[in-house]
Design a protein. Sequence first.
Length: 379
Amino acid sequence: MTQGARRTPGRRTVLGAAVLGSAAALAAGGGTAHARPSAPYRKLPVPTVIAHRGASGYRPEHTLGSYQLALDMGAHVIEQDLVPTKDGHLVCRHENDITGTTDVADHPEFASRRTTKTVDGTALTGWFTEDFTLAELKTLRAKERIPGTRQENTVYDGRWAIPTFEEVLRWAEKEGRRRGHPVWLHVETKHPSYFRALGLGLEERLAKLLRRYRRDGADSPTFLQSFEPTSMQRMAKLVSTPRVVLLWTADDRPWDFRETGDPRTVADLITPQGLRWIASFAQGIGPLLDLVIPKDKDGRLGEPTTLVRDAHAEGLVLHPYTLRNENSFLPADFRRGTDPTAFGDVFGAYEAYFATGIDGIFTDHPDTGLLAAADFRNR
């Protein structure tokens, strides 16, 4: 089997995943994998498969092409990351630095926009969304972020523009009507403190769009998320949409905490007391997978922590991130061969993480995640 064939989703795989996803969508509208009836997000299939930046393992991330493929594969939820333009529109990019995900460097008219900025304490040199109007951004085209790992995805470079979040909401409405069930979204506010200091606060703009498209209620088919807990506290005052606090490494201190002098780190937030505090304004957490199962010095999985049990005790769902098929991203015990871009034993990795009791998982390869989730549910 050639390398391209190995990483391109075969027709049988895609169709199988789509069938699984269709069944899961029906379950999301009626049946439930949870014993307790409550909010609609509790009715999502467990484990929930969340398409990380869309089907980013197969298409350039955060494009309508990536979102559409993830939905066609049957992903239960599609993720968007939001950053603002100079004129206040919310667009879907993982970072405001668009150097590696667009063809901006090929546009001589924007050469003078290249600059160095410090974002959340890190100096970055490139081009940034907040220096462009939406009309200017729309002249750019998206491209693959990690072409060395996902060379096949580069065939789609230039095919799609940067989508606005409003365009995604319209797309979700259209697809929801066509499919007869709502399209679930997982929406992240990126660097909210940084943008608020620039006069481009994300939360109010996001809330306005959520209200316009009727995704502002507790029953909305939407999750909001942020690495800054205070962003989710702010959103809780603006809309009732379910909220998730994202968590990086145990020694990390959320940027909003650094700015306000809050001494707590992620290690403090994953204690029962910290989780109780999160549960006072959010419905879930999105921990780094290492917080669920740490790795040893050789990169192999160790014993699970008590995080799943402790979070569930506070009524929180867990959507950890991110599982990818390539060897370079897998725990050492699930890598196969020496090619870092080749696919490893990702099904074995899924099984290990699902066995901890997590409610869902972010993945760049939704078709693989759906098959692994079906295997797990059928055991």
